[in-house]
Write a protein that binds this ligand. Structure first.
Ligand code: BGC
Length: 790
């Protein structure tokens, strides 16, 4: 600490001395245009170096930059703590920009999200033993399953507080890619299979983060929907599908929340890397949508820094010296216009002037972690989805004694791995959470799980080891086989308990997609046997069996769900996992989450199953989005393929009644209202979903599409709420490639109010009597006429 102060004092003295020398030097020489000096003008005004003080000063500052400084400004300062680079000032921050002190430009620090801030919790040479833990919130898929915009804004606000108080400037989140295929390795970092739910959650998340005066980054722009060969994969997708699905969530979030930054993706879009794609970054993002923030590349994305500059990728991250050299040489040779650099720098400086670093904010290293843990717990509760509850098996009496089965009761998964990992101070396991809430667990069984797991973890094969990229990326936790259970063990546990709870867990992460295999999408033989045997034993005594799914994305459920009584989908719910599960199992809280992504019966039912992760199969270089607009429920509802659990589905401990739907067509909008009443005898909240079924027209369209949603407030038994929605033309349009325009086709539209995408509670129609051209756009991001999508 003391040495820090001395260093600082030393720096200040040096700076003052340097300034004095400069002033004396400038005073001693006459200005070049001294002969024409207006009377009274001070000589050094002609030589004053401009400083970045506000937006208005940016142009002057850019003018004063040398070419070397310009090139440094558009290239990040390298990956801290890796490749021989020093660690960042905030350890675990994953990138920074170059400072140019003589122009008043500080360095900005970036750290990952989206389930919380990723920084190192323990610092090297940490003499004062301080820790820098952050809060692990539920994964984005779980956040979206709350369908609660206010809740996600509260989460964003908490995350933003941690960004700011730990001395960072911009969070690299939220991630807005779609669940094109349930095996996407990073789907847990993405909200949903639907762009409206994604975009709306994105708005809330960004607004929350940015309310702290720090930035949020929408990533990965665009169609980064798989991990296999993610740096190079060529995504062949039609313009309509891009605009209606994969771009749409970004468009909604960007226009309504004004994020400071957008991160371009790794993958190529029809032959051009996203970070080098001018049509994407300049024509669509800047010109059509009016984005005026900063575009940065994903880490090490793209191949040609000059192309990235031209395309409008303002900042190359994490940045290498060779990029700087290449850019300087290209400008010198006349291959890159300097005004392109100036434009990109302007975008960067527009953000710099808003940051805590620029404003000299003194961070506390003391965010509101205690309060955030409470938010994480409530968010986890609200995002969990009750998938099955035969004969009201749940909630469980609080005096019940539980036989708790499954390895993940101990090794509960709070979130996925890779850059989306969060280093929280703790994770409340499901076993701990149940005990904390007063449930009695069968101790013999609990101890046998503890012993089994700790014994295996000591074996070389199952040892937990730091991630090859370093502990900032967490640990490799080899999957251990499900603890074998003998018939005798199950029998004796059952005799001493009132019900069985089985925990099934999965983890996935960056760099790798999931597999349609046992242990991943499919249950292992041991897991199947455990469900079978536990259910049989408990049912023979008339007792119930509940399964808790601690997973980041869909798994196969159809083959085993009939064997048990209830399923609670807990997702990967963050650090308060066990408490949140206990809150719901005990009925202290009533489940109100609904699926933000479809659970198919079998993997083969997934519309992109035969086109994921691409071709050739052994080492894909191209992925063709042959399923077109029919992604997720758009496919299942149109082609009447019954999923295991559909998009928008989720049960409650109460039931709701929908009535009195009113649909009124105004001049430029449609007003919708519906009454929702709690018909049961416990308080609860309902997610009300507004779908639209289009008339037959010239464009093929899904049977229905989500257009709006709202979650009711807490409704007491018999209490009712009227929910109002307004749809504008932009909300109900489709993209017509022939016209390069968003249009609303004429005909009769059906408004369907659903409690899921398959359970339509009320419906009514309105008519559009002639086609509306909502917006003309540029004919870009096209595949060649001979392209593989017809
Ligand atoms: C990921 C980004 C992340 C970046 C920095 C990349 O590998 O794709 O989501 O923000 O690393 O950690």
């Amino acid at each position: 600490m003391e040495s820090k102060i001395i260093k600082k004092k030393y720096k200040i003295t040096l700076t003052i001395t340097a300034c004095l020398i400069l002033v004396i030097f400038f005073r001693s020489i006459p200005p070049a245009n001294a002969a024409f000096s207006p009377k009274g003008a001070k000589v050094n005004e002609y030589h004053k170096t401009p400083k970045l003080v506000d937006v208005a000063s940016i142009d002057e500052v850019i003018k004063a930059m040398t070419l070397e400084e310009k090139a440094k400004m558009v290239v990040g300062g390298g990956m801290p703590g890796m490749f021989g680079n020093p660690k960042a000032e905030v350890e675990g921050a994953v990138g920074f920009t170059h400072a140019i002190p003589r122009l008043g430009i500080p360095s900005l620090l970036f750290a990952d999200g989206p389930a919380g801030v990723r920084i190192s919790p323990i610092r090297e040479n940490n003499s004062d033993k301080d820790t820098y833990y952050t809060t692990a919130f539920p994964i984005e898929t779980a956040m979206a399953s709350t369908w609660d915009k206010e809740m996600v804004e509260v989460i964003g606000t908490a995350i933003g507080n941690e960004v700011k108080e730990y001395g960072l400037d911009t969070l690299l989140a939220p991630a807005l890619n779609l669940h094109r295929n349930p095996l996407g390795g990073r789907n847990f970092e993405y909200f949903s299979e639907d762009p409206v739910l994604t975009g709306e959650m994105g708005i809330s998340y960004v607004n929350g983060v940015q309310s702290n005066g720090v930035g949020a980054t929408l990533k990965h722009f665009v169609a980064n929907n798989q991990e296999t060969n993610r740096m190079k994969i060529d995504t062949i997708v039609s313009q309509r599908v891009l605009r209606e699905l994969y771009l749409r969530g970004f468009e909604i979030a960007m226009k309504e929340s004004n994020p400071w930054a957008v991160m371009s993706a790794y993958n190529q879009i029809i032959g051009i890397s996203s970070s080098q794609n001018k049509e994407l970054l300049t024509t669509v993002l800047r010109k059509e949508w009016g984005f005026n923030g900063l575009v940065m590349s994903d880490w090490f994305a793209g191949f040609e820094p000059i192309e990235q500059m031209r395309a409008g990728n303002d900042l190359i991250m994490p940045g290498k010296n060779e990029h700087i050299t290449k850019i300087i040489n290209a400008v010198k040779k006349g291959e890159l216009a300097e005004n392109i650099l100036d434009r990109n720098i302007k975008h960067i400086l527009n953000i710099v002037v808003k940051t805590p670093s620029f404003k000299g904010y003194q961070h506390s290293n003391n965010p509101y972690l205690k309060a955030h843990a409470q938010i994480a717990r409530k968010a986890a509760v609200d995002g969990m989805v009750l998938l099955k509850n035969e004969n009201m098996s749940l909630p469980i009496d609080k005096h019940a004694k539980i036989g708790l089965f499954g390895n993940h009761q101990i090794e509960t998964v709070k979130g996925g791995t890779g850059s989306g990992i969060v280093h929280a101070a703790y994770t409340v396991s499901i076993a701990e959470g149940l005990m904390d809430s007063g449930f009695q667990l069968h101790h013999g069984l609990l101890n046998s799980y503890k012993t089994y797991i700790s014994t295996l973890r000591q074996q070389q094969e199952y040892k937990i080891r730091p991630d090859p990229l370093g502990v900032d990326f967490g640990f490799v936790i080899p999957k251990i086989p499900e603890k074998p259970l003998s018939a005798d063990e199950i029998n004796s546990v059952e005799k001493e308990t009132d019900l069985g709870v089985i925990v099934i867990g999965r983890i996935s992460g960056e760099f790798e997609d999931r597999e349609n295999e046992k242990g991943d999408f499919l249950l292992t033989d041991n897991e199947q046997k455990m469900i079978e045997a536990v259910a049989k034993q408990y049912h023979s005594s008339g007792k119930k069996v509940v399964v808790v799914l601690n997973i980041g994305g869909p798994i196969e459920v159809a083959s085993w769900r009939d064997k048990i009584d209830a399923i609670l989908l807990a997702w990967q719910p963050g650090q308060e996992a066990g408490h949140a599960v206990a809150d719901l199992l005990s009925g202290v809280e009533n489940p109100s989450g609904k699926l933000s992504t479809t659970f198919p019966v079998k993997y083969k039912d997934v519309p992109s199953a035969s086109n994921f992760p691409g071709i050739p199969e052994d080492n894909p270089s191209v992925v063709i989005y042959q399923e077109d607009i029919y992604v997720g429920y758009r496919y299942y509802t149109t082609f009447q393929v019954k999923p295991a659990y559909e998009f928008g589905y989720g049960l409650s401990y109460t039931t709701f009644n929908y009535q009195n739907l009113k649909v009124k067509k105004g001049k430029n909008h449609i007003d919708i209202s519906v009454d929702v009443k709690n018909k049961g005898d416990v308080t609860g909240r309902e997610v009300v979903q507004v779908y639209l079924s289009p008339p037959e027209g010239k464009l093929d369209k899904p049977a229905l599409e989500l257009k709006a949603f709202r979650k009711t407030r807490e409704l007491k038994p018999n209490e009712q709420e009227t929910l109002n929605f307004t749809l504008n033309a932009k909300d109900i349009d489709s993209f017509d490639e022939q016209k390069s325009a968003w249009i609303v086709e004429k005909g009769i539209y059906e408004v369907k109010i659903g409690s899921s995408s398959e359970i339509i509670q009320e419906s009514a129609t309105f008519e559009i009597d002639k086609e509306i051209i909502v917006e003309k756009v540029n004919d870009v991001l096209k595949q060649p006429k001979t392209g593989p999508i017809g």
